[in-house]
Structures are given as structure tokens and as C-alpha cells.
Write a protein that binds this ligand. Sequence first.
Ligand code: 5GP
Ligand code: MG
Length: 178
Amino acid sequence: MRNDIERVLIDEVVIEKRLDAMALEIERDFPSGTLVVIILLKGALVFAADLLRRVPRSLEIECINVASYHGGLESSGTVNFLDRDFPEVSGRHVLLLDDILDTGRTLHAVSARLIEEGATAVHTAVLLAKDKQRAQEVSADYVGFEIRDEFVVGYGLDYKGKYRNLPYVGVLKDSAIT
Ligand code: 5GP
Ligand code: MG
């Protein structure tokens, strides 16, 4: 698996330090009381597990499945909700977690759905944000790292379902892309 990586973009130690700071910001910014956190599966799984254990507050954790990349290299342009049920968010403060902000379609669509479902406020946190023009006007309230517009894997992010368990964010070798 590691042989497929061309270069490491953000190593584990750097990610962990950044998560310490993000957790402090989140703890400081949110009004007291229980916060509902929604994790976008599967990409935000690793980021969420490491971030949320650093937030010293009462949290309710929910997960939702959406698909836009279908395991390849390009966003398909549509966001599909894959679950039969949607978390109960009416009257709640929600923190939405995703792995990466790319075209913006995912965060836009999921935030809109959360508001539609009656959430009082929706804030968003992403591990990575690509420096590019977005298809949807959307920004994240908390961004771990800004990266240039290239395809990355690791720390939750996949290529064809693999590489999510790499402890760092990296770029694949051309030979690993089929
Ligand atoms: P958006 O809707 O902002 O275009 O894309 C968000 C989703 O696309 C992310 O949740 C992630 O699953 C996927 N994505 C976007 N860029 C990358 C990337 O560089 N690598 C991987 N593995 N997935 C990405
Ligand atoms: Mg994703």
C-alpha cells in the first residue's frame, strides 16, 4: 500500500497537532450544551475519530452516507443520500464533518438538507480544503489544511475503496491509478 504513494503531503504528527488546535476552536465557539455531530461516511471516519476525542464536551454522534465520487478520481456532480433514515436534528446545533472540500457540492447539499430537517445552526469542519473555484458557493467553518487541487488519499480518503487507513495524506503514483 505504501509503495503506491508518490509523496506524503501531510504527515501524521502534523495532522495531530492541527487537530488539537481545531478541537480547541470548536470547544470555544459552540454554545454550551450537547452538540450533534454528523460524520459523512466513509471519508470523514478517521478525521472524526481523531478530532472528536479531543473535544471535551457532550456530543451525540451520527453518521450519514452520501456518494458523489463513486470511488474514482472525479466528482460525479450529483450528491446521493444513501441512507433510508436521516438523523433527528430539529432544533439542534449541528457540526458536520467531512474529509475534504472539493467542488463544494457535498457540504452544500448536506447542509441544505440539515436546515430543511430543522437544525437550528449548521457548522462544518473538514480536514482538507482544495484551493480551487467551487461549483457551489460554500466554505467550511473549520479547515485543517488547504491543499492544492490534486487527488489525495489516506487518513480516511480512498481510491477505489483503498488507502483509507494510511496514517497520512499523500498522493498516489501514476502506476497505482488504473
Ligand atoms: P465535493 O462534493 O466537495 O466535490 O467533494 C467532496 C467529496 O469528494 C469528499 O467527501 C470526498 O469523498 C471526495 N473527494 C474530493 N476530493 C478528493 C480527493 O482528492 N481524494 C479523495 N480520495 N476523495 C476526494
Ligand atoms: Mg466523501
